[in-house]
Design a protein around this ligand. Sequence first.
Ligand code: BGC
Length: 755
Amino acid sequence: MSYRNLCAAAVVAVVCAAGARGQAPNAPWMNTALSPDRRADLLQAQMTEAEELTLVRGYFGMDITINPKFPPPPEAILKALPHSAGYIPGIPRLGIPAQIETDASLGVANGRHMRPGDQATALPASILTASTWNPDLAYRTGAMLGTEVRDKGFNVLLNGGVDLARDPRNGRNFEYAGEDPLLAGMIVGATIRGAQDQHIISTAKHYAVNDQETGRNWLSADLNEAAMRESDLLAFEIAIERGKPGSIMCAYNHVNGVYSCENDFLLNKVLKGDWGYPGYVMSDWGGVHSTVEAANNGLDQESAYIFDKNDYFGDALKQAVADGKVPAARLHDMVHRILRSMFANGLFDDPVTPKPIDAKADAAVVQQDAEQGIVLLKNDAGLLPLGAKARSIAVIGGHADVGVLSGGGSSQVIPVGNKPSQEFLVGGAVRVLPDHGLIMPFDKMVYDPPSPLSAIRAEAPQARVRFDDGSDAAQAAALARSSDIAVVFVQQWLREGSDAPDLSLPGDQDALIAAVAAANPHTVVVLETGDPVVMPWLSQVGAVLEAWYPGQSGAKALARILFGKVNPSGRLPITFPQSVEQLPRPAIPGVDIAEPAAGWQDNPNLFDVDYNIEGANVGYKWFEAKNLTPLFPFGYGLAYTPVRYGGLTATAGASPTASFDIRNTGRRAGMGTAEVYATPPGGVARLVGWSKVDLKPGETRHATITIDPRLLATFDTTADVWRVAAGDYKIALGGSSTDISATATIHLEAGTIKP
Ligand code: BGC
């Protein structure tokens, strides 16, 4: 593996400048008054077929051998590789910039290979951003990320994970935005918009129903069309409407027996047809399985072809076009979509110029994100905030003397100020399943400094703060016994490519908490997890915070919440079940199925995941339909100040509304989130809107939301329309999906909405 970096070295200046700014500044397609489509047309009129083929096939961003049957890329390409996810060469003759791709959800990823001097801000996990229930903050987080993408010399960001959390053990839920299509679509859409407003392309991914990691290359996600439209596809639809991503990444899995990246229904019918999506579809790395089917069924760009079994969009596509198996017009359409997105997102007009990131400004954004996304799950007798009453504090476990945990996989970030040699790595992964197996950092546990221990000491200079690593429960309990307060840090490490085996904290962490809580009832548990976990010790502890993977400002945000400088306002974007028995599939499908000898490149449909069990009733909707009581419901989260919701009125019509009051009845300023659910006749409640507001002590704020009628409808697959049924709809207002303080009824006439 070489250590070259095109956009940091002298050679980059030549290629980037020639490729990006263009040698054709006066060319007609550089007229910014024209539409992106017109500009793409004008440019395409000058392109040869060989040039068109260049744009539809990507290189892996690093010069490593994945499949020896592929010859190494030409020397000029090798020199240009950005040492990241992917690279599609530009065409200097026409001033077409290279597409330089980077992951993504935890920051500008550098976990695969960190170059000396590399700097990136480690973001909180996307599930934490979803827990903020704050699309404005998600926008600012996306904008910060987009700025770093540019500063680091990239112009395509592989962010925008919006697959629904159908399984609370999914190893990538931390990269997604929870179980509800409206919340996920709004948060991810805002993140995409923030990033793209910095003149780069972002994706939405992984399209579609990529809802578990176990056997992700070999499973078929089976779900009937109506349910899919009302759940997973609706999340994409909303995210795409809000964010207008330049690209959509199709997924590894089959959907109803057909690979996502050659799925005519998903790509041609729904995405490009019904939704009128004008951008391009790129494959996930290793997600292509054919030339003719993939091209004709809607794939526009093969990413990092060396991950695929064959070089499908290389010479094979050229031949297929020559043979008429892929119409020349289709190749033209693929290229048009790519160029159109490049024009629409400023890749021609505002080329990236690498420069140092503004680490301080970026840290402030991620701190706000963490402060609003950490969820207070329990707080008995006002144990939190700690304040001056805590004279001695025991900080226990979870490597809290080092940093906060982050997630693993392609999104991994080694944060600002760290050299690879300083990575803090510990063993004991939840479960390591066969994966690409070539890229070791995928499997490393990375802790983002600073440590919670130092952050707590900084917030409580008056207190005696002592640390125990938690490896010996009796010793940890002894420290807790001799302290006023015990704060126990526990963790669940998740990574791309595998799922959590169950809902339990790994190892002996439950026993550690129980021992500490028995020694000191003033025990606070801080969860650093990527998924919900069960809490057999819940009744014994005084307080619980779900911090997810809170990123490089996580320790500071946690300490500020613990000591009351920040009033927590996070809400769960995912239901916490009491046990796996409450899930639609108590066992993870495919967990016992052996990987084919040929690995991920040869991926027949080995098993099916039956999502028709719950259909569109994902998460809290399933719990209501089955009359199950969760451990913590969707939308739940406490604050240090009591917030009340009332004064609900609702109007009917084509765009129904709900108006209500949110009142801070306490003596502390904070944020309150009023959640609105609607129940169609004979159905279960669905989130239809919310309002998160700042409230001074005693303050009441009035809010009105407009309800998207698709959220009240069912999808009629025969007529291809959303149908709102005539009848009475219950509108409910509250502080979570199960904590309802006011209801109203509206009567709606039957209606249809075109997708
Ligand atoms: C992941 C994608 C990622 C891609 C490029 C794949 O393994 O599924 O999310 O963007 O790699 O790194």
